[in-house]
Design a protein around this ligand. Structure first.
Ligand code: M6R
Length: 587
């Protein structure tokens, strides 16, 4: 769960790589480093623990001359957050440098073998073995040494390697993302497209086990020992989408884009939607599988399918999906929902389903991600790059897709498109300055609270879950959601004088959820109503339009803004919450 980038071309590699790393930092920000094949003929490595903005200057990268380099930003898995464990890692002689994203499962065994052959290690990481393995095989030449080294690895990996006397970068991908960017002045190899979007929008997607040699003169890709041709696509994303622009944080920018991204999620190929509807209708068992926010979208999806299409769908956390494998057959249809398309638990679930002959539909936002290659069918979310670690616009897009599919299964595809399409202005207003100011006032009231509780019924319960996740991950305030009806079965014991409780109201369940709110209020709770109508019970009112089955698209937006305002007030960086990373590529 790290970000890697390499560049080989005519320009100064260090300058390009540091910019690229900045774009990749959302993938991990424990440490960063670069390695350049210096024009003086040696490999120069600069690395350090800490966020790039704190350590980037100390790299003094401008002084490193060279047009070939690799770089890394880390989310620690093996080994503490230290300078030594930062990437790039080198061989014993410091001639070879590598960066790695993924996990090497058999690193202990490999390390033991390498140590017995005289290699000395300087870090506690699983990744360092890669540099030493290449060194061990150098007798075959650099490219073959890399190929041999990579073939002894077990686990997941995207790796870039360079050597002081070779004018190339050698790379490989297996179950970790790696895409190529082709610019006029050089070639990029990176974990994602936005990292090099400033220089090119021409991309080459790679398959598992692709082995890449990138030189100034061109790219060669091999798979199973044979050279293969991979197409170069021009993608529609532009650099503005991947930049903060006038916004202080990506989170605010991305939340503000939702009026547009919700509409873009609707832009699907109707034939693909109809094929998927047929698959749903013919399936004996449908599962929606995801993690975190994507799971909440799945849960909302299962309620929506029940309500709109009268079809039963199971929503399952990807990490728990193996418990359902006994029920999977070749008539099962599994939807794998993941904005990044790289979440390890989701990919594991996909492979589990496929091994039982089940069909898999991927729903993702990232072009070229593993999920785009693993499913039988694919729906793209079309949200544009989401850089903030929190899912905001991708969450609403997922819910939109679930709603649209439910309508399509009900035979009301056009009606669904029209209804969702009519939300544009409402969504736009929910991130307006007036709304933000009001939520900033609420954030002032909540900023020093230890706990916030959230309740909802039906679809509003799924929104409460997602809202709680948003608040806790970005403000570090404990936030917990309950189904309104569950309150009296235990959680009421938590309510004391001034305990904040956010209540999601819909026209349909108004009286029941307000009576739950009353239970909280009578025990001293501070009631924040998310509702189309004011109520005497509310100590604070967040006005939202009533959108019935579309409430999950609407009601979450002020909650995202509230979470953001809380983080800012508490002096936290909303784009990079502690201990988290954008794509979770470890189980
Ligand atoms: O990329 P995915 O949608 O598969 O990611 C799943 C979760 O890791 C993700 O939603 C996570 O919970 C976010 N931090 C939520 O804001």
């Amino acid at each position: 769960m790290c970000g890697i980038i390499g560049y080989v071309g005519n320009r100064k590699a260090s300058t390009i790589l540091l910019k690229g790393l900045k774009n990749l930092e959302y993938r991990g920000y424990d440490s960063a480093g670069i390695a350049i094949k210096h024009t003086a003929g040696h490999t120069q490595v600069k690395k350090s623990a800490g966020k790039l903005e704190e350590i980037g200057q100390s790299f003094n990268s401008e002084s490193i001359e060279g047009n070939i380099g690799i770089a890394h930003t880390r989310w620690a898995t093996h080994g503490a957050v230290t300078d030594e464990n930062a990437h790039p890692h080198t061989d014993c002689e410091g001639k070879i440098a590598i960066v790695h994203n993924g996990i090497i499962d058999n690193y202990k065994e490999l390390k033991g073998r390498l140590i017995s052959k005289g290699h000395s290690f300087t870090s506690d990481t699983d990744s360092e073995v890669i540099a030493h393995l290449i060194e061990e095989n150098l007798g075959y030449g650099f490219e073959d040494a890399c190929m041999k080294a990579f073939s002894s690895l077990e686990g997941s990996y995207a790796i870039l390697a360079l050597k002081e006397d070779e004018d190339k970068i050698v790379g490989v991908r297996k179950d970790s993302p790696l895409v190529l960017g082709v610019a006029e002045h050089g070639i990029f190899l990176a974990s994602d497209i936005p990292s090099f979007l400033e220089w090119t929008n021409k991309v080459m997607y790679l398959s598992n086990y692709d082995f890449i040699i990138a030189e100034k003169g061109g790219i060669k890709v091999y798979n199973e020992g044979k050279e293969v041709l991979r197409q170069i696509d021009t993608i529609g994303w532009n650099i503005e989408e991947a930049k903060k622009g006038e916004f202080k944080h990506f989170m605010m920018k991305e939340m503000s884009e939702q009026a547009e991204t919700v509409m873009r999620a609707l832009l699907q190929d109707e034939n693909i939607v109809r094929d998927i509807v047929d698959e749903i209708n013919n399936a004996l068992g449908v599962f929606f599988v995801g993690c975190g926010s994507s799971y909440h979208a799945c849960l909302a999806g299962s309620y929506l399918f029940s309500r709109i299409a009268k079809v039963h769908v199971n929503s399952v956390l990807a990490s728990e999906f193996e418990n359902y494998e006994h029920f999977l057959t070749d008539r099962t249809l599994a939807f794998a929902v993941s904005q990044s398309g790289e979440t390890a638990d989701v990919l594991f679930a996909v492979r589990g389903a496929k091994s039982k002959g089940s069909k898999v539909v991927g729903i993702t936002n990232v072009l070229g991600s593993s999920l785009t290659m693993e499913g039988h069918a694919l729906i793209m979310m079309n949200s544009g790059p989401e850089i903030c670690v929190l899912s905001t616009k991708t969450y609403t897009s997922q819910v939109v897709l679930m709603t649209m599919l439910a309508y399509a299964v009900a035979g009301k595809y056009e009606e669904g498109l029209k209804k969702i399409g009519s939300l544009y202005l409402d969504i736009y207003n929910l991130t307006s300055r007036t709304m933000r100011d009001s939520l900033a006032k609420l954030a002032e009231i909540l900023r020093d609270k230890w706990d916030i509780y959230l309740i909802g019924r039906g679809l509003q319960y799924t929104t409460a879950l997602e809202a709680a996740l948003k608040i806790k991950e970005v403000s570090y305030i404990h936030a917990e959601a309950f189904a309104g009806g569950e309150l009296k079965h235990g959680p009421l014991a938590l309510i004391e004088d001034g305990t904040p409780c956010i209540v999601f109201v819909s026209a349909e369940n108004k009286s029941k959820i307000l009576s739950n709110a009353e239970e909280v209020k009578s025990r001293g709770g501070y009631i924040i109503g998310v509702s189309s109508e004011q109520d005497d019970l509310f100590d604070f009112w967040i006005k939202v339009p009533e959108a019935e089955e579309l409430n999950p698209i609407i009601q979450i937006i002020p909650m995202q803004v509230l979470a953001y305002e809380l983080a800012v007030l508490r002096g936290l960086d909303p784009d990079k919450p502690r201990n988290l990373a954008k794509s979770v590529t470890v189980i």
